[in-house]
Design a protein around this ligand. Structure first.
Ligand code: ATP
Length: 383
């Protein structure tokens, strides 16, 4: 539905240097799916979205919406923004305060090049308001809506043209934490009910995991990994992705040989760590093991496991209500562990520590070769 190929956009920086804001970005979004561009500030998410919208002209690549090329550098195609069939919702969703809810949604139709009759405008506006469950608020002043309702109004305004593609740039970031959480569910439900293909931009990893069918993690204008939320979280492609999404423990070591379906053995300070999956280039020797805090298992008696069992000590703990976080030490290596709140150990306790191999991912150290695109060496996929 949306196809972006090798998109490039550069800007002149403050000191005359060239900023490669988008540096060869490619991805596809199938019909009806929500695809998220996720990454830290300045990684090029918004510029990518603005190029797709037609608000920026890219320096290279091609963009097609519903099989129609709307931008092609090589073929000199540049369809203007208003003719791309795209709806947009931005961070500052700019409700017009002096207009009613109805007029806010009607306005894009009234100023449109396409002429709409009064009756047509009314039908379209009421349908758009119904779709976001604001049908009974049509006559209200826009400013008398709650934050969440204003957000839905912005969505209705973006939908009134019946766009083929919806672009959302940090649409929830002006809402307080509780409302943001509620709106995540709302947005997900609306997007699914409306079956509208959507491209979502955020730096909030929880939002991305909650909403997306697929996520592209970006850094310095490039995509680091594309995958489902679970793939991105459980099988990060590199150190950056593992670190950016959630929290993780990194354990440095040397690769002890790759053994196909059995995964990777890594010699670390803890001893040998067996990893079920890995993303490692052919000539890599220095690697690190990434294991999430919630996947580390601690116990007072040794569990019946064949691999990845170590003796450790509790350095500290904090109770967080829905979990207890432990700081533990194995030799000189410190690890964070997130356990069920019922798990209790006092400081200084000697414990058994198990790192389930299927939860351990061997990654190339930054600067070491990573696998060429499409040749990832994930040995075993975790269910
Ligand atoms: P944020 O989450 O902070 O919005 P982002 O990931 O959306 O960040 P972009 O806004 O796309 O990032 O910016 C990517 C890079 O391009 C940054 O280094 C930014 O400073 C630069 N940039 C963006 N727009 C311009 C512009 N109009 N002129 C010069 N540089 C720009």
């Amino acid at each position: 539905m949306l196809k972006v190929s090798n998109l490039r956009k550069r800007f002149a920086g403050h000191e005359g240097q060239t900023v490669h804001a988008v540096d060869g970005v490619s991805f596809n979004v199938p019909q009806g799916k929500l695809f998220t561009l996720l990454g830290p500030s300045g990684c090029g998410k918004t510029t990518t979205l603005r190029c797709i919208a037609g608000l920026e002209q890219a320096h290279g690549g091609e963009i097609a919406v519903d099989n129609r090329v709307v931008f092609s550098h090589d073929r000199n195609v540049h369809i203007p923004a208003h003719a791309r069939g795209i709806g947009m919702v931005f961070q500052s969703y700019a409700i017009w305060p002096h207009m009613s809810v109805f007029e806010n949604v009607a306005f894009p139709l009234r100023v449109s090049k396409q002429r709409y009759s009064r009756a047509e405008i009314e039908t379209r506006v009421l349908a758009a308001l119904e779709r976001v469950h604001l049908g009974s608020y049509a006559g209200r002043e826009a400013t008398k809506l709650s934050g969440g309702q204003q957000q839905r109004l912005a969505l209705a305004r973006a939908l009134v043209h019946e766009p083929k593609l919806l672009l959302l740039d940090e649409p929830l970031s002006n809402l307080d934490a509780k409302l943001r959480e509620h709106m995540r569910f709302e947005l997900k439900r609306l997007q699914r009910d409306l079956d509208i293909t959507s491209l979502y931009v955020t730096h909030d990893q929880v939002e991305a995991l909650a909403l997306s069918n697929q996520i592209a993690v970006m850094k310095d204008g490039c995509i680091q990994q594309i995958g489902t939320p679970r793939e991105i979280y459980e099988q990060p492609a590199n150190q950056f992705v593992a670190d950016f999404i959630g929290s993780t423990n990194f354990i440095h070591g040397d690769l002890q040989g790759v053994s196909g379906a059995e995964g990777y053995g890594v010699a670390t300070e803890l001893g040998r760590v067996q990893c079920a999956t890995g993303r490692i280039g052919a000539d890599t020797s220095k690697v690190m093991v990434s294991v999430r805090p919630e996947h580390v298992v601690i116990s007072s008696t040794p569990p019946e496991v064949a691999e990845n069992l170590y003796r450790g000590q509790v350095l500290n703990w904090i109770f967080l209500g829905e979990s207890t976080d432990f700081q533990i030490r194995i030799g000189n290596q410190e690890l964070r562990v997130r356990s069920h709140p019922d798990v209790q150990f006092s400081r200084g306790s000697d414990i058994w520590v198990h790192l389930p191999p299927r939860r351990c991912v061997a990654l190339a150290l930054a600067g070491e070769p990573e696998p060429a695109a499409g040749t990832e060496t994930a040995a075993v996929t975790t269910a």
